[in-house]
Write a protein that binds this ligand. Sequence first.
Ligand code: 5GP
Length: 177
Amino acid sequence: MLGRVVVGRERISSVVARLAEELESDLEGRSPVFIGVLKGCVYFFTDLTMSIKTPVEVDFIQVSSYGASTTSSGTVVLVKDITVDVRDRDVYLVEDIVDTGSTLADILHLIRARHPRSVQIVALLSKPSRREIEIEVDFLGFEIDDLFVVGYGLDFAEQYRNLPDIHEYLPDREPPV
Ligand code: 5GP
């Protein structure tokens, strides 16, 4: 069931504005391509890239996710590849949440094989206590505890993505009678 709000709209907006500012000053002299990791990134990705005034190219990649569970299967399958040629480009990989780090590690491997000039990671949320693979997040919104969250693009079994706030999701609890 849907739990309490963990990060509300106003905090999301101010963090997106702060990240856009940080990114803006990093973009000078670069050839930027922003690659969103679907589907969780969509609301964050659009809010973030629209807040950046420097022209940037956008593209998307999709890998398999949790399905209808709140723990990772540990297997990442490429569902949709990028279409932009990233050779000698500066890639900003935009992810909703970094949990164990395995999804990003696999995507990084895939992107680096195409010889970009640089790859940096932008993530809205991170759960550092869950990390199994060391991933350096270059631009981070928030750190959260070991909670399963939904809303603002994040789903449970494809539900709740379009909630404007980020909520905790409690899979094992029955609604009160
Ligand atoms: P990782 O590979 O880092 O363990 O997991 C990354 C992916 O798992 C994220 O892109 C996201 O799709 C999913 N994920 C991890 N934690 C959460 C969470 O708390 N809520 C939701 N909805 N998805 C999560």
